[in-house]
Design a protein around this ligand. Sequence first.
Ligand code: TYM
Length: 331
Amino acid sequence: MSKEVVLSGIRPTGFLHLGNYFGAMRNYVRMQDEFNCYFFVANWHALTTHPDTKELQNSVHRVIAENIACGLDPEKVALYVQSDVPEIAELYLYLNTMAYKGELEKTTTFKDKVRQQPDNVNAGLLTYPVLMAADILIHRAVKVPVGKDQEQHLEMARNFAERFNHRYGDVLPSPQAFNFGSELVKIMSLDGNGKMSKSENQMNTLFLADDDDLIRKKIMKAKTDSGPTETNSAKPDYIENIFTLLKLVSEESILNKFETDFNNCVIRYGDLKKQLAEDMVNFIKPIREKAADIQNNKTLLSKIIHQGAEKARASASATLTEVRNAMRLNY
Ligand code: TYM
């Protein structure tokens, strides 16, 4: 039986952080043996918010290097850069004719961007979900490992695929957001205000490139309070978030100890944060060091990127032939 196709992408718009890791990359690594995987750096998407391309190559290289440092094997998966696969742009053009202005304007991410960059509300921003659908559908992917913030985009991709099939015939499968464990993940920032993000709230986001002291410093100043006064109380969001991080990087016995302390109202947040900081340093350090080595090896990076583009273009052009046939664009 042929393996199911998996696809996901990351924008090269800043340093990758724990949200990217636990929302997306950890799943990529777990999926690489069982599925036919395509993972890419979404550099066209980055242009909708970061038109200055001076830093872009560096960022693209860093995303590739960090993915490999997290355990992705470029021999097992297609790891590529979006702009190396022009077939995506052709599918984007076709899908644009089935995406309506009203629904695009209602997309949450579009409304956020209009607020953040009122002087650059470009057509690329409006049609961002269409390009994302093209990224997915060009490989006829059915599973898309992403964090919770991408759920609405996935729903739109399903709608565009259905409209295409309805109009031209059954070519494009329906993609679903995916996470090991049933729930999609959202890692909150350390002050409990919004999600960890590449570009906002930098002192409250833990980046995979942060050095040991910076990791400690960020965690020690994470928001806490004077502790619960009643046994077995509910945790406020910002405390829940610290426990979430502890669950992700610490041993179960440590998590259990602090859970029990919390429930018995004897928790010492200073100790909790010290423990989390050390476990986080141990988690991030090997990734940071390996990523830096790969990023300095331009020959290796270039080889990986070319190899990835070749694999991705083979799959993309096969889909495009079917798409063109279905649309009777085969003269
Ligand atoms: P991007 O670059 O913002 O984020 C990359 C991945 O990380 C996840 N993520 C998070 N997960 C949990 N908690 C957080 N705080 C957090 N922050 C980010 C995102 O959900 C994502 O999985 N539009 C996409 C890139 C893209 C794409 C695609 C993804 C372009 N085409 C096709 C999948 C399929 C984006 O901006 O991701």
